[in-house]
Design a protein around this ligand. Structure first.
Ligand SMILES: O=C(CO)[C@@H](O)[C@H](O)COP(=O)(O)O
Ligand SMILES: [Co+2]
Length: 230
């Protein structure tokens, strides 16, 4: 008997990190025209990760340039301090690092109390057991496939097993949780992520390497994802 068709819908979420921050509005509009599914904002504070990027005011000022869902990846310490600001800036998914907040359950409850989706990101070395008792609160579980703080890094292949284990944890605790993978995703690594169970793919340098023919690249990424589901 054939296995049930894999009916996952794979979403492509480009990271804003490789964009020209002096032309963000135009870059966002171009990404939407090219057919991406959502926009992934990487917020870094120079403490949780070495780099500093942008804050909520920049996202708020860019809200009018795209109708796509905005998700924010908070690579900041004590993210609970700023959750409301990013919701007000127009983000529908707020993802915090389990390693960056002292009271993860409380932080997730705060995010959901504001009427948006709550995500948890795990650094490559952080075990899935750190979220097993909060999965009922987790709308998106994001597996970092690079060490956070930089774009353009290589996919960490040891995360293949972690993605599969994340799927098993989701099935055992909260079937509504989506699995996202962030870091080093390109034509070369995308299919493996999907085969392992990823549903939302974050790509920065891998996708923007094709900025001169973005629509064709997005179509190719989507086709590779569909082919990996068969
Ligand atoms: O959060 C991060 C890095 O900390 C990611 O979102 C990267 O920004 C994705 O960029 P690539 O690895 O695809 O270049
Ligand atoms: Co990110």
């Amino acid at each position: 008997m054939r296995a049930p068709a894999d009916e996952r819908v794979i979403e492509l979420a480009p990271s804003v990190l490789p964009c020209d921050f002096g032309r963000l509005g135009e870059e966002l509009a171009a990404l939407e025209r090219a057919g991406v599914d959502r926009i992934h904002w990487d917020v870094m504070d120079g403490l949780f990760v070495p780099n500093i990027t942008i804050g909520a005011p920049v996202i708020a000022s860019c809200r009018r340039y795209s109708s796509l869902p905005y998700e924010v990846h908070l690579m900041i310490v004590d993210p609970e301090r700023y959750v409301r600001e990013f919701v007000d800036a127009g983000c529908e998914l707020i993802t915090v690092h389990a390693e960056a907040t002292r009271h993860l359950h409380r932080t997730l409850s705060l995010i959901k109390s504001l009427g948006v989706r709550a995500g948890v990101a795990l650094n490559p070395a952080t075990p899935l057991t750190s979220v097993e008792y909060v999965m009922d609160q987790v709308d998106v579980l994001m597996i970092m496939s690079v060490n956070p703080g930089f774009g353009g890094q290589h996919y960490i292949e040891a995360m293949d097993a972690k993605i599969m284990a994340a799927v098993a944890l989701r099935e055992a605790t909260n079937p509504n949780t989506k699995i996202e993978v962030d870091g080093g995703i390109s034509e070369e690594t995308l299919a493996g992520c999907v085969m392992n169970g990823a549903e939302i793919l974050v790509s920065g340098s891998g996708l923007m390497a094709h900025r001169d023919h973005l629509a064709q690249a997005v179509a190719n990424f989507h086709q590779l994802a569909r082919d990996a589901l068969v």
